[in-house]
Design a protein around this ligand. Structure first.
Ligand code: BDR
Ligand code: CA
Length: 326
């Protein structure tokens, strides 16, 4: 049994829901350590508008219609939204499953405005978790340069440090979809933790985990089991079997503290925004780390390279145990 902490850490989630985003959302709702105080959507796996619909439908299924959801940026900082990845996340982003429509509406403010408002409300405490392209975060920094000073820290699922990319040989999807925004976010004066493919691809959800969700008592867990079907098909080319990487849930678990980073040096990180073959690469300066992990003086960007335990079992446990407060 998990006891409920007296003080919950306020978390703002920015996402492109998305199948693994949906798992991350469920995990956050099921985690008593944190209070999910707001959610912004962004174009990535699907459009920002569709991502907000998916998020609201999942919140309704979870019995949490009170969490505010704001629609964020449709287009990246430079260029245009490319239409998403229906071959990975399904036409609607949730594996072509028709979730019960929530009937809920997004709030009137944009995702960037919601983030800025929450940073005032929870000054010095707010954790920002971005599991889609970083467009809304970059927009918020442009609107309000003081944002960086009011946020406790930023955790972003994105990039590839010492492993290949998943869109190009060097670029990971969230960074690839808006490299200019990613460059602004890692370059801003706040503490950023990058959770790259190096660790997310090491955390795999298997058919047995999906079956546990499908057999669950709660509609949310069962829906997650169903929407994973399409995602599992896609990952056959990655792992050689039906399964999937836990990109976004791992990032969520690092914010919650359910998983701890055991190797996460503070090093310079630069995002390649050129138009060449390196576009979207997260260049992490890991020179010297063979002699043991060490932080570079004055650096506020960390890259997670190892964690204390695999996530899948903990993730399933939390989602199965979750019952909305009445
Ligand atoms: C990231 O890209 C998206 O497709 C996933 O939801 C995850 O956030 C993985 O590269
Ligand atoms: Ca995502």
């Amino acid at each position: 049994m998990t006891s409920t902490p007296t003080t919950r850490i306020p978390v703002y989630l920015d996402c492109d829901t998305g199948i693994d985003d949906a798992l991350a959302l469920a995990y956050l709702l099921a985690s008593p350590e944190i209070d999910l105080v707001g959610i912004g959507s962004v174009s990535g796996n699907v459009s920002a508008a569709q991502g907000a619909v998916n998020t609201l439908d999942l919140l309704a299924l979870a019995g949490r219609p009170d969490v505010p959801v704001a629609v964020g940026a449709h287009h990246p900082v430079a260029g245009e939204f490319d239409g998403g990845v229906p071959h990975i996340h399904g036409r609607n982003g949730v594996g072509n499953v028709d979730l019960p429509p929530s009937g809920l509406e997004p709030v009137a403010e944009s995702a960037a405005e919601l983030l800025i408002r929450l940073s005032h409300q929870h000054e010095g405490e707010l954790r920002v978790l971005a599991i889609g392209p970083f467009t809304n975060l970059a927009e918020a920094l442009r609107i309000d340069a003081g944002l960086a000073g009011r946020v406790h820290g930023v955790t972003v699922m994105g990039g590839a440090a010492l492993t290949p990319g998943n869109v190009t040989p060097v670029a990971e999807a969230n960074v690839w979809n808006d490299p200019e925004a990613a460059a602004e976010v890692v370059g801003a004066d706040w503490d950023v933790t990058l959770v790259p493919l190096d660790v997310t691809e090491e955390n795999v959800f298997e058919e047995s985990d999906r079956e546990a969700l499908l057999a669950a008592e709660t509609p949310l867990a069962r829906a997650l089991g169903e929407i994973l079907d399409v995602y599992f098909d896609f990952y056959v080319v990655v792992y050689g079997r039906r399964s999937c990487a836990l990109h976004d849930p791992l990032s969520a678990a690092l914010v919650v503290g359910g998983i701890t980073a055991t190797k996460a040096p503070a090093v310079p990180i630069v995002v390649d925004t050129t138009q060449g073959p390196g576009r979207g690469q997260t260049i992490c300066d890991l020179r010297g780390q063979r002699m043991g992990t060490h932080d570079r003086v004055g650096r506020r960007t960390r890259v997670v390279l190892d964690t204390d335990r695999p996530l899948a079992e903990h993730l399933v446990e939390r989602i199965l145990a979750y019952r909305p407060a009445v």
